[in-house]
Design a protein around this ligand. Sequence first.
Ligand code: 13P
Length: 254
Amino acid sequence: MRKQIVAGNWKMHTSLQEGSALATSINKMVKNEVENKETGVVIAPPHTHLSVVNQLINTERICLAAQNCASEAKGAFTGEVSAKMLSTFGVKAVILGHSERRAYYGETNETLMKKVNLVIENNMKPIFCCGEKLEEREAGNYFDVVKEQIENVVFNLSKEDFEKVIIAYEPVWAIGTGKTASSDQAQEMHAYIRKLIVEKFGNDIADNTTILYGGSCKPSNAVELFSKPDVDGGLIGGASLKAEDFIGIINSFN
Ligand code: 13P
């Protein structure tokens, strides 16, 4: 059966000192306060903090993730950080296709495909984000939008490689807005994504694929969201920057 996961995306927040303190608190609280030891915990600090955070956490219990990687393996790409470099910092997963990167840095299906392949080649897991914008939700074509994002990238993988992918459904209108999707809206989309996976790769793989919800998830709504059968956890932005809130969300599974 698939793993339940709560992942924290710190985005471009925290100084190294603040990030170190946050990682230390999360590490301690995961050890002492997380009841279900099977729940996967992931944190994705900024690139600059990865090496230090890797030393501060129990990497057997907490998975270190990055928020992005370069679309090329190596070379003259000033300012970029390759998947291979990340893997040498102890990074085990990489968030790819976040709507902020699609919107502000022009990430396309083509660049995302290259990134997904590089992440897998370097023995890490892609946390592949998808989700519709407000106007697409209002126009009623949100299923098509998400289908297109998934089909044109992660469905190009082989079955073996697709098994390494974690999907994160993040409706853009819910990110950082305080306006979370209702649990029914989340369930509806997650069930739809799982149906697409069944059609492409079969029941076993679909059953084993973790599909996270992201967008204004906090301790007060996580219990309801995580109670839905196809919501396997969350990708958390703002609330992952407070150790107590992040732990509260991790403890929200029934
Ligand atoms: P918020 O939880 O701040 O809405 O952000 C969600 C997100 O974008 C996680 O990747």
